[in-house]
Design a protein around this ligand. Sequence first.
Ligand SMILES: Nc1ncnc2c1ncn2[C@@H]1O[C@H](COP(=O)(O)OP(=O)(O)O)[C@@H](O)[C@H]1O
Ligand SMILES: [Mg+2]
Length: 257
Amino acid sequence: MKKRIGKSLCLFSGKGGVGKTVLALNLAGIYAGIEKKVLLVDLDLSGGGIALATNKPAIKTVYNFVDDYNNNRFKDFNDYVVKYNDYIDILPSPKDPRQATKIDSKYIEILLDKATFHYDVVLIDTNHVLNEINLVVLDAVDSILFVMQNDPMDLKNMKSLLSIFKDLEKTNYKILLNNSRDPFKKYFTMFDIKSIIKSNVDYELTSEFYVKNMDAYVMNGEIVTLQPKAANTFNKDYTTLVKIALDFLGGDKHDKD
Ligand SMILES: Nc1ncnc2c1ncn2[C@@H]1O[C@H](COP(=O)(O)OP(=O)(O)O)[C@@H](O)[C@H]1O
Ligand SMILES: [Mg+2]
């Protein structure tokens, strides 16, 4: 029997628009840079942007996997992924957003399990809603990266999320403060942030990684961290992204508060 080789990592947040999708793409770029085979699974089922941001047509999607599996048509996992480069494959979200509601979470668990037999890293991008699918994903993955911004609404939502995790005694997560998504949002000091969310913050991305023409990257299907000059241009944040990538491979847990 084939051996499970990979680890699964889900990016999650208390609200939308905090930079999860951009980070998922750029972490995939970092893993590709260290020659790890990575699958980007787009579980933002009704509005995912991974296929768009990589300029790859969605031939088969998460919906096709689930539909085929359910109807005994599933043969090979590789039939469902699109190749981005030698290291990054993509499994896009459904083409028709109505298909999102037809996906049973039990098949998502099977999908993630199968993926870890083919890839070193399975990176899951999703939306911020605590629905059945996302709850199953959060429970099934090896690790979670919580992404938050420095604004009152987001910190409030992160605090709630973290208290749920505490109640469930789940510690397989890390917390990232993303100052690169919107460099003007810096309402609170790190001390304030930690006391609001009642937790340590594991990583911080600075405004250095704010990319003014991010939409151009998206439209060209390019990933910032795969650009030859990225490591120099975004030196500090590039190093942070590498640290995040390596920590998850090593199975690091959230630092005690
Ligand atoms: N580092 C960044 N620099 C510039 N724009 C960014 C950056 N990160 C995110 N954005 C922009 O912010 C918006 C929301 O980001 P996105 O990754 O889609 O968030 P989420 O997936 O959490 O909803 C997008 O328009 C994206 O291009
Ligand atoms: Mg997103």
